[in-house]
Design a protein around this ligand. Sequence first.
Ligand code: ATP
Ligand code: MG
Ligand code: FE
Length: 332
Amino acid sequence: IVILGIETSCDETSAAVVRNGREVLSNVVSSQIESHKRFGGVVPEIASRHHVEQITYILEEALSNAAVTFQDIDAVAVTEGPGLVGALLIGVNAAKALAYAHDIPLVGVHHIAGHIYANHLVEELTFPLLTLVVSGGHTELVYMEGHGSFEVIGETRDDAVGEAYDKVARTLGLPYPGGPHIDRLAHEGEATIELPRAWLGPESYDFSFSGLKSAVINTLHNAKQRGEELLPENVAASFQESVIEVLVGKTMRAAEEKQVQRVLLAGGVAANKGLRRALKEACDKKGLSLTIPTLEYCTDNAAMIASAGTILYQSGRRSGDRLNGQPGLLLK
Ligand code: ATP
Ligand code: MG
Ligand code: FE
């Protein structure tokens, strides 16, 4: 089975061709980061315009890099949500047009299902499993009993991890997106600053990062008032330590309660070196298998959408010509 994947939910325009759900024949990603940098975040209107400009070229490149034509494509898989509605619609409409013109099936994919299936590109998934999803807009623990079945057992009550990283980075005067910069700084500093851990009660699998974010901002502000200079690398290390401790702690407790043998890490923040290492150590200690996507498949890309799309296609999912962009689509 050969699937063409399309992803335009945020600020990456991407198309990919994947064979049998695991073999990436091509994956073309055009990032708009440079255009959004001066605004310190993604501007929806600018994102949509970029997608419109890029999508045709990206699709052509994906097909030509994979050395396939539409004759070889079994279905088109596209991110239908969640995301920015104007951005989603560019991908959805491109996919609908292609599916109609070439008379091939259309499969709508949840963006976070895509992030989870980035792991399927690394290793054949075995069930039951637990995924820690950490991205720009999501922080969730997702339990899966089989392919295509998603049970969200915990999620953030306020900011997503990636969002907290980007806001803390902004306060430190680092460029957007700040996650990778904080990660790099954290390794140069020491966690000397006391910051809170948001456990939210011993039973909870939910997350909260806005309190931590405010604590960092207040600490910086108070130090400045006193005329002290805090080392940014120590701020980064302290922030990262708090984030990782809570993420890893809750993941391990959920893995134990749900009795899974396999843990996955997914989403843009899965690129974080400190988190990758800490989760690996914790899983090794408990004898659990851990899968983490390779770096290029952590942030948004269409190969992960094609991979998840393949599984849905095989289970009979067909979206038809009424497919629409759904900014608030739930994972289930
Ligand atoms: P969502 O997937 O929830 O819709 P999104 O697609 O915008 O959100 P992703 O592309 O999955 O998010 O991830 C982007 C986020 O990952 C940004 O917040 C970015 O700062 C963060 N990020 C990327 N690399 C790192 C890193 N090394 N450490 C921490 N955060 C990182
Ligand atoms: Mg992005
Ligand atoms: Fe994403």
